[in-house]
Write a protein that binds this ligand. Structure first.
Ligand code: HXC
Length: 258
């Protein structure tokens, strides 16, 4: 896709790759860049042939956080008038799987962007941190909320208060990431995972994501009622008929995504 200043997008089979492309600034995120990322993601989310979206960063780091140069002159009213986090809110509405392939530094807003992904694959040596407190601020794009829901209050406070660097191994241990791979294999392993998802019926993946996201917010009983509706809904799909028919006919299913 052309016309972006701070990202590159490519298509490989059924996977769309969005690459942060501001490597000299370690892919620090200015507002235009965030807007470009979500614009590209929404476009891929609507394209029928795309089954998964990979988010990664060019150069030695995924992202060193929000662009401090851009942010330092902000005041509360300018942030309110900008509706600073409107673009960030749109990440929660993406329906397709988002796989983050991260390396180097994953800091601040970069960590928050990573936490918008559904699956995270990290190169060994990746360091995660929320350094915001050290700048006299705090995360504002969901970091305190998403991290706490992932790792619990105790670890979240420790990491957010101190800004300490968290190794990929520690991130894996606490369920922040799915997998650690050798740096030279990061994209290969990520694409392998994306290709695996591409063979699954897309509507199932879509409604599983929707239901799992609800589990984070809903009490158990309400979540189970929500899950049930999505379960019923899948019985309206051609892929449910195909998947079950293929099983009884002992052949491979041919899913259409309908
Ligand atoms: C603007 C940044 C940047 C950032 C790095 N750069 N991070 N510019 N905003 N967040 C720039 C540097 O100024 C430098 O530019 C170039 O990228 C390379 O960085 P170096 O510091 O020379 O590299 P290195 O010595 O390897 O150190 C890497 C680093 C350090 C440890 C990641 O750059 C760093 O501490 N960056 C800031 C990290 C941070 O505090 N992030 C949180 C931001 S607050 P020049 O021109 O000198 O070459 C945040 C709030 C989110 O994210 C709120 C919601 C969106």
């Amino acid at each position: 896709m052309n016309g972006f200043e701070f990202i590159e997008t490519t298509l490989t089979g059924n996977t769309a790759v969005i690459e942060l492309n501001r490597p000299r600034q370690l892919n620090s995120l200015n507002r235009k860049m965030v807007s470009e990322i979500i614009t590209a993601m929404e476009k891929f989310d609507r394209e029928e042939d795309i089954r998964a979206i990979v988010l990664t960063g060019r150069g030695r780091s995924f992202s060193a956080g929000a662009d401090i140069d851009e942010m330092m002159g902000d005041d509360p009213i300018s942030l309110e008038l900008l509706n600073q986090f409107a673009d960030w809110d749109r990440f929660s509405l993406i329906k397709k799987p988002i796989i983050g392939a991260v390396k180097g530094f994953v800091l601040g807003g970069g960590f928050e962007l990573a936490l918008c992904c559904d699956i995270l694959i990290a190169a060994s040596g990746t360091e995660f941190s929320f350094p915001e407190a050290g700048l006299g601020v705090m995360p504002g794009a969901g970091g305190t909320q998403r991290l706490t829901k992932l790792v619990g209050r105790t670890k979240a406070l420790e990491w957010l208060w101190t800004g300490e660097r968290i190794s990929a191994e520690t991130a894996l241990k606490h369920g922040v990431i799915n997998k650690i791979v050798a740096p030279e294999l990061l994209m290969e392993e990520t694409m392998k995972f994306a290709n695996r998802l591409a063979t699954q019926p897309p509507l199932s993946l879509r409604l599983i994501k929707d239901s799992v996201n609800k589990a984070v917010d809903y009490p158990l009983y309400e979540g189970m009622q929500y899950e049930r509706k999505n379960f019923y809904l899948l019985f309206a799909s051609q892929d449910q008929k195909e998947g079950m028919k293929a099983f009884v006919e002992k052949r491979k299913p041919d899913y259409t995504g309908k």
